[in-house]
Design a protein. Sequence first.
Length: 165
Amino acid sequence: MNCLIAKIKNRSRTITYRKVLTGKTIYSVPDNLNNSITYNPGTLLDDDSWYKIDIFSKSPYFQEMMRNDFSSVDYDDLDKSEFEKIDYLCSYQEDVYFFQNVSRTSLQPKCWLHIGDDYKYVEDGRAININKVADAIYLKSTDTLFFVSLSKISGIFKGISELYR
């Protein structure tokens, strides 16, 4: 079961997730996760390297949605009116959670040219670019969070930036 969900910003303190897409593989697990190093703010990564946090489920940054078995029926579909409230994306794929931060500027309507079978100009279109590699990857089987940049995931895992101190 593959499912892409969006975390929605709302004024209440409740956490809201919405289903965006099902049945599509968005990301793949990079081959170089085995070479990851335990996060330490004094350690700089080499190119193509990842930090990791082991036993992530015991950390205060662990998200409740990752605690139980995933089921797409637990999430309502994303309403078009909620598009500008997307905080981040999470793709669940076979017990692996892939997270991508979504910046506020990427949610603004834009004009763009779609190049596929034919050319299509879209005026005031809404689109989110999906990165080739996720900002964070959580492997449930090993209870490990992998990431490249703490600043990129600090909006996803609230409070995790305190690890930098």
